[in-house]
Design a protein around this ligand. Structure first.
Ligand code: DGP
Length: 114
């Protein structure tokens, strides 16, 4: 079930997070419940609740999220690969109603995902 937007509180510095990247548009911080040696969440500061709420005007912002992911993957040493995941709504397991991209790496991944 999707609860409150805890990520807005991280953006506003109302709750602490291990922030690894920030600019005017995006924030990236380590997941509180890591599923891999590297597990970072990359979010837009603009509130987009779910992936299926994206508008055409958000295209540039989404490209930015990917660019941040690539730079972090390089910085964090994920030279053998990584996985990017966006869970959209309940059936995909989305729990926080603020668009976020998971950057996972540092271990062997399997397919299909659970
Ligand atoms: P998802 O299932 O795609 O909605 O992923 C939400 C992720 O957010 C989940 O992996 C745990 C993480 N998360 C939830 N609350 C917090 C928090 O307060 N701080 C941090 N750093 N991560 C959080």
């Amino acid at each position: 079930m999707m609860t409150e937007n805890i990520f807005q509180k991280i953006i506003d510095r109302q709750i602490q997070a291990d922030i690894v990247y920030e600019d005017e548009q995006c924030l990236a911080f380590r997941d509180i419940n890591p599923q891999a040696p590297v597990h970072v969440l990359i979010i837009p500061k603009k509130v987009i609740r779910t992936h299926d709420e994206i508008q055409e005007s958000d295209v540039e912002l989404l490209g930015k999220l990917h660019w941040v992911a690539v730079q972090l993957a390089r910085e964090l040493g994920l030279k053998d690969g990584y996985r990017l995941v966006i869970n959209c709504r309940e059936q995909a397991g989305q729990t926080v109603p603020h668009l976020h991209m998971h950057l996972l790496g540092g271990r062997e991944m399997h397919w299909p995902p659970g």
